[in-house]
Unconditional design. Structure first.
Ligand SMILES: *Cc1c(COP(=O)(O)O)cnc(C)c1O
Length: 467
């Protein structure tokens, strides 16, 4: 056996680069990167051959076979490079799952994102006058028409909206807020911290469970800039509690010539009570009551892209627009394109097209078909290796919306022989299209509320892969 002679059969880089398959790949990938991948693949094959020698084997592949082996290794490295940000199937039943990206967008919005991404646009160009225009102009009228607000603008998210409003209206001055509303919204958004960042001084009044109008009134002095109400969007206080209503706070503001602002958090535009969902104050209610400024998220109950919407009186919006922070928290054009499309759905009375609202309002019975389809597909995949049943359960709105809401739902519960629910859940996170589910009583629950019809086949396939 002539080891050197056999090793010389390994393809040369120059020859590899002349192969048609590689030339095709060259059109898609950078040449330097491709050469690097080929070099690594060559090395893999070389090592494999050396190991074969060490085991006393004599590799007897032809030059062509070796060339194919290198190319196939390289191709697999290239085409299977997974994207880091990728689709997952949300089987948790939490409709607004912040960690899973909150609101999936309606088709109408996706089309607008695509168009805005592909071409130039009149983003900040006034086509009437042929001069510089305003980014907000594309959604301003829609927002005012839908909510009754006098003026509107949009920023990157609601945290930015709150920060910006406080900076623009209360820098170096005092903002009065109830102790019961000093909330933390997951992660790092805490009202007192945001307030500190804005340069406004927090003046907390009342107690955790009760705040009265005179508590606010006593706190007002010549340094007061703003009265703030924060919607306690992710928790519910029960028992011996009371807070001041919007109307009372607005009247107090008028009396002292102070603006009143409300951070609504979710900002729902339609009344969801007829669908059996808990009462959530609508944006229209706040505007109608006379709030001077209202802020809310674009990707919570509104069901749109991540954005922060600011509505209110012209004089305040103008002040906010001219604040230097505005540029730092500017909304991007793709988001704006999506937001315009979503708002048009509201304007046209087509809010059922918005996936978040469609999912939240879907009656339990309507899920039966999907549940049956999924359970049949899973039975097939399991092939007797476990149990699949359709059960009643509850979903949640999530995303700090509709706190305490328990929305009746149908779920498919699965247990697999010899694999714990935790183990199965872990395996399902590692398949190409991860499926995120709930564990309950050592079973995996797939909540049909957040599973679309088109996901079902893929889900079954992924469960098969996980086994
Ligand atoms: C969610 C929420 C925020 C933060 O909104 P983002 O759009 O996530 O930045 C602020 N305030 C309240 C009351 C919220 O519920």
């Amino acid at each position: 056996m002539d080891k050197n002679k056999i090793m010389r059969k390994l393809p040369k880089m120059a020859d590899l680069l002349e192969e048609n398959e590689i030339k095709d790949l060259m059109e898609k990938f950078n040449r330097k990167y491709l050469t690097e991948v080929l070099r690594e693949s060559l090395e893999t094959v070389r090592v494999r051959m050396m190991e074969a020698f060490e085991r006393g084997e004599v590799p007897d592949k032809s030059e062509n076979e070796l060339k194919d082996e290198v190319i196939s290794i390289a191709a697999s490295k290239l085409s299977f490079l997974p994207y880091s940000l990728k689709p997952v199937i949300n089987a948790t039943g939490v409709v607004l799952h912040t960690n899973l990206g909150r609101a999936p967008l309606p088709e109408e919005a996706i089309e607008r994102i695509e168009t805005a991404a592909r071409t130039y646009s009149n983003l900040e160009f006034d086509l009437e006058r042929g001069e510089r225009g305003e980014r907000y102009s594309h959604v301003r009228k829609l927002l005012c028409d839908i909510t009754g607000a006098e003026d509107a603008m949009v920023v990157n998210n609601n945290a930015a909206a709150v920060l910006l409003c406080l900076s623009a209206l209360a820098f170096g001055k005092e903002v009065v807020i109830s102790r019961g509303q000093l909330v933390e919204i997951g992660g790092s958004f805490r009202i007192p911290d945001v307030m500190a960042q804005s340069g406004a001084r927090l003046l907390e009044v009342g107690t955790t469970n009760k705040t009265h109008l005179e508590d606010y009134e006593k706190a007002i002095n010549e340094n007061t800039a703003l009265l703030l109400k924060v919607h306690t969007s992710n928790f519910k206080m029960v028992g011996f509690t009371s807070c001041v209503t919007k109307e009372e706070l607005i009247n107090l503001g008028r009396k002292h010539n102070l603006p009143v602002m409300e951070d609504l958090g979710s900002g729902v535009l339609v009344d969801l009570k007829p669908y059996g969902l808990p009462e959530e104050p609508t944006v229209q209610d706040s505007i109608k009551a006379g709030m001077d400024l209202v802020t809310f998220s674009g990707d919570k109950l509104l069901g749109g892209p991540q954005a922060g919407i600011i509505l209110g009186k012209k004089e305040y919006i103008l002040k906010i627009k001219h604040h230097p922070l505005t540029r730092a928290v500017r909304i991007d054009k793709l988001t704006l394109a999506a937001l315009e499309a979503v708002l048009r759905l509201y304007k046209d009375g087509l809010w059922q097209h918005i996936p978040v609202l469609a999912m939240l309002t879907e009656p339990k019975d309507a899920m039966e078909n999907r549940a049956r389809k999924l359970s049949e597909a899973l039975e097939r995949v399991l092939n007797g290796r476990g149990r699949v049943e359709i059960v009643d359960d509850v979903s949640q709105a999530g995303g700090g919306s509709l706190p305490g809401s328990e929305i009746p739902t149908r779920a498919v519960a699965v247990s697999v022989d010899g694999i714990s629910a935790a183990e199965l859940a872990e395996r399902l996170r590692k398949v190409p299209v991860p499926v995120i589910a709930r564990i309950k009583r050592d079973k995996l629950f797939f909540d049909m509320r957040t599973i679309a019809d088109k996901d079902i086949e893929k889900m079954a396939e992924m469960v098969g892969e996980a086994l």
